[in-house]
Design a protein around this ligand. Structure first.
Ligand code: GLC
Length: 735
């Protein structure tokens, strides 16, 4: 280690600048680098255990790439010792000893696994989100990873898309709050600290709107729709200080984002003033050829570079072509310098030049008690109680519980998608967690996720008959969550439906525990069960978190961040649908000529923002402090909320705004504020909600992002169906 620090210091000293001015340091370093070394900083390779894999496999050795300074970043290493070895290789044996930036998809935990991100968003608790990101960053940094490819900022209203598990649901405002909380949790107050890491805003942009919900498919939307519904989430993460952005696989306005200068330069650099660097998604530079916008790799690399992409993830297209572009005069070395600068700046900001080994080698920081408690808290808060018909929950300690189903005692299935660093054996299953709280819990698998088990149903039915209550896990395996996992059916698999029908026929109360990374069609399940609790894939502390709720130690507080449709035919479905000229007046309407389905309601089965507790809440006395809103003034709304039940519980008070008349069609209503409040039984509290003036802005018919004066309606309540309303007006700017 001593030798390494001397070399690193030698780099700094050789640059003749020891003052702490980052740009001076970076500029001096660039002045020392060869063109080849600069291009190397724009190349990211992938290796999990030493040898390069992915598109460059076989064409380049890790040792050669590092020794020659050809890899500014490495993704995918799953062994902390390997990270240290490769870093030593870079610092000790490359000419300038420039440290490598190690990145990975640590998106819902490193070793301590939190619920999949859709579950995290259902907490509506930004302190909890930040707590998750702090634990995730601390463990990632301890592992040696200084850069995570998170937060995923892709709004999506289509549950066919498997990657909804990685995002924060259908709503722009909630997704933006979650994204900024994650960035702040990852990057902390000091990026140089050995427990903070670089965030990456992905997938820029509009990746969550693939046609037909099919991953990687084309995205086609109007510019106003993009500006109003999708861009604000990426902007929130960038405004929170995110140091990197990842370009998405999809095209946008017919140009793949990785070659889309309008997005990567005009929007990202000019409009959003983003100062970090942009990395492509996996092999996305070379995929420009398949998109049909580049004839070959050379053209692809030039398009991406001219669009403003800084770093090529694993394609090797920059490594093989940028040098020739300079010698052919297609780009200048100054262009290369400009692309390298933010990459080196990020390494400087992370403190890698001071100490290339500040990240890694801290195994004792994994699974700390506090981290596990945080994972338990976030998992508990992520779970959403959709129904509880007869108040069957919570269960008495003496209950004879039949825990049935394919996910009830499966450690791997608690992890969910993107658990590269997870150790499933450390997960506490539902069975293990419930046994800690309830003396009489028996288990029967019943069936596998997508296939029957001989005698499984009979065994499950027999157990149900011997029990007081059934907890039945239904849902989808982790393999059907995340990337490349689009489905045309979001129904519960047939074998699981058979199990439910058989268990339900015993007449015993049935509580469904839904293990899933996406909203599902629960229309039959809602009828055949007494309660439904969505657990998502809840992570390392799955069992204790579930037991906390089933025992009544805590009341469920999760609220849906995505609508659960009646059926897949309703998709994409969102609460904030645009207004139309023929709105459906009500679900009971008989009028034919309105925007409706002949064979299904318009409304989802469970609406955005919904979720039950073990108590009820009432709302009253809505008042708007400043009904005549001057330009730039926040709208202050107050409301009284009462816990009308018998147990303490947390409510998420939600405020929606309708722009009564505007220059473009606007949504029926949009979430613009929410506050969580913990209320004891019988307690009433006055809750204040503030609508930021700028949050009333939209992309107007004048082609500007602005607030239009006029009348607005406010709805405040428990979910997106809130009916208690008030009104305010935004005064014209000159008054
Ligand atoms: C994947 C994903 C992206 C991830 C990257 C690196 O294809 O699209 O979210 O960060 O490659 O693993």
């Amino acid at each position: 280690m001593r030798k390494t620090i001397i070399i690193a210091s030698a780099v700094v000293l050789a640059l003749g600048c020891t003052e702490n001015r980052p740009d001076a340091f970076v500029d001096s370093l660039i002045g020392k680098m060869t063109l080849e070394e600069k291009i190397g900083q724009l190349n990211q390779i992938v290796t999990t255990s030493g040898d390069i894999t992915g598109p460059l496999e076989g064409s380049l050795s890790t040792y050669e790439a590092i020794k020659k300074g050809w890899c500014g970043s490495i993704l995918g290493v799953r062994n902390p010792d390997e990270i240290q070895r490769l870093q030593h290789l870079a610092v000790d044996s490359s000419r300038l000893g420039i440290p490598i930036l190690f990145g990975h998809d640590i998106i819902h935990g490193c070793r301590t696994i939190f619920p999949e991100n859709i579950g995290i968003s259902c907490t509506w608790d930004m302190e909890a989100v930040k707590k998750f990101a702090r634990v995730s960053a601390t463990e990632a940094a301890a592992f040696g990873v200084a850069w995570t490819f998170s937060p995923m900022c892709d709004v999506c209203a289509d549950a066919r898309w498997g990657r909804v598990s990685e995002g924060s649901g259908e709503d722009t405002y909630l997704s933006a709050r979650v994204a900024e909380a994650m960035v702040r949790g990852y990057q902390g107050e000091d990026l140089r600290a050995d427990s903070t890491i670089l965030a990456c805003v992905k997938h820029f942009a509009a990746y969550g709107a693939p046609e037909a919900g099919r991953d990687y498919n084309t995205v086609d939307m109007s510019w106003p729709m993009f500006r109003d519904k999708y861009l604000p989430v990426y902007k929130a993460a960038i405004d929170a200080g995110a140091g990197s952005v990842m370009s998405s696989f999809n095209d946008f306005e017919g140009i793949p984002v990785t070659a889309n200068r309008k997005l990567l330069h005009d929007v990202l650099r000019d409009s959003l003033a983003f100062g970090g660097f942009v990395v492509s998604d996996w092999n996305a530079v070379k995929e420009l050829i398949r998109h049909g916008v580049a004839a070959d790799e050379k053209e692809a690399a030039l398009l991406a570079f001219k669009a403003g992409l800084n770093m090529d993830m694993v394609a090797g297209a920059y490594l093989r072509n940028l040098g020739a572009f300079v010698s052919e005069g297609l780009i200048s070395e100054k262009d290369i310098d400009a692309a390298v600068r933010p990459v080196l700046q990020a390494k400087y900001d992370l403190g890698l030049f001071d100490d290339p080994f500040r990240y890694g080698g801290k195994a004792d920081r994994m699974y700390r008690q506090g981290s596990l408690e945080s994972a338990r808290e976030v998992a508990r808060k992520s779970m959403v109680l959709l129904t509880d018909k007869a108040g069957i929950l919570p269960l008495k300690e003496s209950s004879r519980i039949a825990l049935i189903g394919p996910f009830a005692d499966d450690k791997k299935e608690m992890v969910g998608a993107w658990g590269a660093m997870a150790e499933p054996e450390r997960c506490v299953t539902f069975l293990e967690g419930l046994k800690e709280e309830f003396p009489h819990v028996s288990y029967s698998e019943g069936c596998a996720p997508r296939k029957e088990i001989p005698g499984g149903i009979a065994d499950a039915v027999s157990l149900a008959r011997r029990s007081d209550v059934v907890l039945l896990t239904l849902g989808l395996p982790s393999s059907e969550s995340g990337e490349a996992a689009s489905l045309t059916s979001i129904s519960i698999p047939d074998c699981q439906k058979k199990l439910l029908r058989a268990v339900s026929a015993t007449g015993k109360p049935v509580v469904i525990l839904l293990v899933t990374g996406r909203p599902m069609d629960l229309s039959e399940e809602k009828e055949l069960s007494d309660a439904i609790l969505v657990t998502w894939h809840p992570g390392t502390m799955a069992g204790p978190a579930l037991a906390d709720l089933i025992s009544g130690e805590f009341s469920p507080s999760g609220r849906l961040s995505m609508s659960f449709p009646e059926n897949v035919g309703q998709l994409p479905i969102r609460y904030n649908q645009k207004r139309t000229g023929r709105p459906k007046p009500s679900e009971s309407t008989t009028s034919k000529y309105c925007s409706r389905y002949v064979d299904a309601p318009n409304k989802p089965l469970f609406v955005f923002g919904s979720g039950l507790s073990y108590t009820d809440f009432s709302y009253s006395n809505l008042r708007i402090e400043n009904p005549a809103v001057k330009a730039g003034e926040d709208v202050v709304v107050k409301i009284d909320v009462t816990n009308t039940g018998s147990v303490v519980a947390e409510e998420t008070v939600q405020l929606y705004v309708k722009d009564d008349v505007a220059s473009r069609t606007r949504p029926e209503r949009e979430l613009k504020a929410f506050e969580k409040v913990l209320l004891n039984a019988g307690e009433t509290s006055t809750v204040e909600l503030r609508v930021k003036y700028q949050d009333l802005a939209f992309f107007t018919a004048r082609g500007k992002w602005e607030v239009e004066s006029g009348d607005f309606t406010v709805f405040v309540g428990h979910d997106s169906d809130a009916s208690l309303s008030g009104a305010f007006s935004v005064l014209p700017e000159n008054r």
